[in-house]
Each structure stands twice: as C-alpha cells, then as structure tokens.
Design a protein around this ligand. Structure first.
Ligand SMILES: Cc1cc2nc3c(=O)[nH]c(=O)nc-3n(C[C@H](O)[C@H](O)[C@H](O)COP(=O)(O)OP(=O)(O)OC[C@H]3O[C@@H](n4cnc5c(N)ncnc54)[C@H](O)[C@@H]3O)c2cc1C
Length: 439
C-alpha cells in the first residue's frame, strides 16, 4: 500500500512536470517589450495567415509612423492544426474558423484582395483589381498552394463520399473526411494513405491520419476487417532518423503495410484504384478508403516572380531563396520570407512561424535604424506526431535535425505520451497569441 502511494506520488509529480513542460512549449512567450522606433517606412506584408499576421502585428507594436499594409483576399482565418482534430471527429469545423479581420491590430491597413504580380526590382505588387502597391520593405508570407489538379482524376467534390478523405482541404472537408473515415472503420476494407512527392506543410500529418484511422478501427473492435497501407514518396517516412525508426516500429506493431518510393499520380474513383510512380514503373493500389494529400508549391504570384530559389531541388516547387538564419532574401535585401513559402531546410509549421516572426521583426527594424540585428533563426520546428487518440510523440528539432527538447529528460521525443497529445489539443490559444504578435 505504502509502495503504491509512493508510486502515485511520483506519477503525479511526473505528470505535473510533464504538463508544465507541455504548456511551456506552446504558451510561454518569446515576446519582449522594446522601445518604439519612429519611421515613415512603407512595409507591405503579402498574406494574412499565421506568418503574415504575426509579423504585421509585431511591427505595428514596434514601429511608430510606419505605413503597414497587409494584402490577402481570404476573409476567413483557418487554424490549420485543428484540421487533424476535426478529421478525427473530435472537433467541429467552427473550431478552426475565425475572421481574418479579428487578428489585425489598429494601424495596419488590410487590402482584402489577392496579389497577382510582384516586381522586386521596381518594388511593387499588383492586386486582383489592378491596384499598384509600392513598398520600401516587403514580407512575403502567402503560405503554399495545394495543387489538387496534379492528381489526375481527383476532385474535391469526392471528399466525404464513398471513401475519400482530404483533411488538408479545409475545416468542412476535414469534417467530411471524418464521415468517410467513420464509415470505413465500421464497414472495413483497404485504407490507403500517402505523402505526395513534394515538400508539404505539417510533414507528419499523413502519418498521423494513418495512426488515427488504425486507432479508431481498433477502438470500434473492427481492426480485423481493416487493412491499412502507407505509401511513402521516398525511402523513409520522415527525415529525422530516430523518428523514422520509431514510426517504422509502430507501423510494424500495428500491422500497417508499407510501400516506399511511391509517388501519387492519379486516382480512378470509379474503379477505386490509385496509381503511383515507383522506380519499377507505375503501381496500382486498390482502396476502399483513401486519404488524399496533394503536391504543394508556392502560389503563382511567387512562382512567376524572381523570388524562388535557383536551387534545382526546389525549383519546381518555387520555395523562396532566403538566408536560413536572417530570413532576408538572398538577392533582394529589403524582402523577407516567413512561413511555408520559405526554402529553408526545416519543417513547414506554425511552430516555425512562431520563431521566424521575431527574427524578421528584429532584422527589419535593424535595417530601418541602421543598427546591428540581434536575432537569427536556428531552424526550430516542433510537431506533436499523434500516434493514437490520447498519445503523441513531441518532436522538436533545429537545422541540425537533432532533437532540441524544451525540457530534456521530461518529455522523451520518441516516447508516446499523453502530455505530448495534450500539447496538440491545447495549442490553439498559443497559436492565436502568435498571430497577435504576443508570443
Ligand atoms: C492538416 C494540418 C495540420 C497541421 N498541424 C500543425 C501542427 O500541429 N503544428 C504546427 O506547428 N503546424 C501545423 N500545420 C501547419 C501550419 O498550419 C502552417 O505551417 C502555417 O499556417 C503556415 O503559416 P503561413 O503564414 O506560412 O501560411 P498560412 O497560414 O497558410 O497563410 C497564408 C496566407 O496567405 C494568403 N495568400 C495566398 N496567396 C496569396 C496571394 N496571392 N495574395 C495575398 N495573400 C495570399 C492565404 O489566403 C493565407 O491567408 C498544419 C497544417 C495542416 C494543413
């Protein structure tokens, strides 16, 4: 009895420590008050998503007299990390939807249009209604586009019907995806999951939705009538060796079949067959349920501009050529890149934006004042990789691809933990603090 009490005490203490570390990852602020700088600089921010809002609000807090303009035609702001929870049946679409205007501080002008043209030599942008917007400094943060048309035969109208899921497509599609997943895990059959052949945002999401489907089928007592295949575009599942090893082990343990170097090409939904390009030629895989994630690349306004990297590896996706530490464009020093659009060797995630935004603020303000910048970005990215409902691996890395845990010895990145799952389900307030420029 005494031993049990002691054990409970240790467990409780350990739990409190874990929670402290989990919330600290997402909630502790890296925001510090600094003196206001007086300037007449014209600063334009392209994109009012996570990165654009974070930078715009930070600059509005910091600068006095600057003309800050943010350009984005999207009226809704989507909290995208929530799509995984909506797609798992744990949240409704409203969980992820707010208005873009909710997050824009006083003193920032919003042009509610998309930008169509960018001339970095002459320093201007053209919007949908042909407005010409000139700038002294430009922050490029238009995220990426989901190139559904690159999967032949696929149509977003299929989502939710007869076994097609696509949680990336938005909150409503994530909910429809859960309806398809739910039917599949009741009825049984072959579930197909894959990572497309480009870099994607939240690179762990394809794996997470595979694990969640497995878990829901098990909870319903139906795993025996469900087969699952995960097709990876490369020779591994994820670019961090220890995590790759862990996922390989978990897939084996949970009876998930795997196929490597399979790049999605087309879907024949009439026949329920997906075709992949592989080193051996085209491979057809049948499915009763498929989670579709499309190839991803920068929006056309960037793709058709001189900003993309000349690095051949990224040329067909257009990620922009910024210095990986200062986030300043390598050929246009008055242009910075933030978030998914940047061609830097780390993940594409909101946690990346959190650490990029203060660096861009610091570098840009230093440039305005002619002083030395004090902050640089080290490639930090964090991702709670859900391995079942209620458990996740909390992976934190930097450019070295080594683990950089916020609390070493408390949260083991390759241990499936409830505390790491809590990070995933409780990170929305800290995400919104990032948008406000306060974290
Ligand atoms: C399913 C899913 C799960 C995720 N889970 C996590 C997670 O657990 N943790 C995590 O850290 N991250 C996660 N992410 C990733 C995260 O949401 C993104 O990396 C983050 O939002 C990137 O911010 P951004 O500003 O670069 O792009 P976004 O937030 O996508 O914003 C881009 C903005 O630019 C605008 N835009 C586009 N083109 C133009 C144009 N031509 N002119 C003007 N504006 C334009 C868009 O309308 C949009 O508002 C997840 C993403 C998905 C899809």
């Amino acid at each position: 009895m005494r031993t049990n009490n002691k054990k409970n005490l240790i467990d409780r203490r350990k739990f409190i420590e874990l929670m402290a570390s989990a919330s600290s990852l997402t909630a502790f602020s890296n925001f510090a008050f600094a003196d206001k700088i007086s300037t007449k600089a014209k600063i334009v921010i392209l994109g009012a998503g996570a990165g654009g809002l974070a930078v715009a609000n930070r600059l509005a807090n910091r600068l006095d007299g600057a003309k800050i303009t943010i350009i984005d035609g999207r009226k809704q702001h989507w909290y995208q990390p929530g799509f995984m929870l909506i797609g798992s049946g744990l949240k409704k679409p409203s969980y992820s939807i707010t208005k873009t205007t909710d997050w824009i501080s006083d003193g920032i002008d919003l042009i509610p249009e998309y930008a169509y043209e960018l001339d970095p030599e002459a320093k201007y942008l053209i919007t949908a209604t042909r407005k010409k917007i000139t700038y002294d400094y430009l922050v490029v943060a238009p995220g990426l586009i989901l190139d559904w048309s690159k999967i032949e035969g696929f149509d977003l109208n299929m989502v939710g019907k007869e076994g097609i899921a696509a949680i990336y497509a938005g909150p409503e599609h994530a909910q429809k995806s859960y309806q398809a997943l739910s039917k599949f895990t009741d009825k049984g059959g072959h579930g197909l999951f894959f990572h497309p052949g480009t870099k994607i945002k939240c690179g762990a999401a394809p794996l997470q939705y595979t694990f969640i489907t497995d878990d829901i089928a098990r909870t319903r007592g139906n795993r025996g009538k469900v087969e699952i295949t995960y097709a990876s575009h490369s020779k591994k599942f994820i670019g961090i060796p220890k995590v790759n090893e862990k996922v390989t082990g978990l897939f084996k343990e949970r009876n998930v079949d795997v196929a490597y170097q399979h790049v999605i090409k087309s879907i024949d939904h009439g026949k329920k067959i997906a075709t992949f390009k592989s080193p051996e030629g085209n491979v057809e895989l049948p499915y009763d349920f498929a989670h579709v994630i499309p190839p991803q690349r920068v929006p056309d306004v960037i793709f058709n501009s001189p900003l993309p990297s000349e690095n051949k590896k990224w040329a067909n996706q257009g990620w922009i050529d910024v210095n990986k530490n200062t986030l300043r464009h390598s050929r246009y020093p008055e242009i910075f890149g933030c978030g998914d659009v940047t061609g830097v060797p780390t993940g594409k995630a909101a946690s990346v934006v959190k650490w990029m935004a203060p660096v861009i603020e610091d570098q840009l303000v230093a440039q305005i004042t002619g002083k030395q910048a004090t902050k640089t970005y080290n490639g930090y990215a964090a991702c709670p990789l859900v391995t079942r409902i209620g458990r996740a691996l909390l992976i934190e890395i930097d450019y070295s691809k080594k683990f950089v845990p916020t609390f070493p010895g408390v949260i083991d990145p390759i241990e499936e933990l409830w505390a790491s799952w809590l990070v995933k389900v409780s990170m929305k307030p800290s995400y919104y603090a990032v948008l406000r420029g306060k974290a």
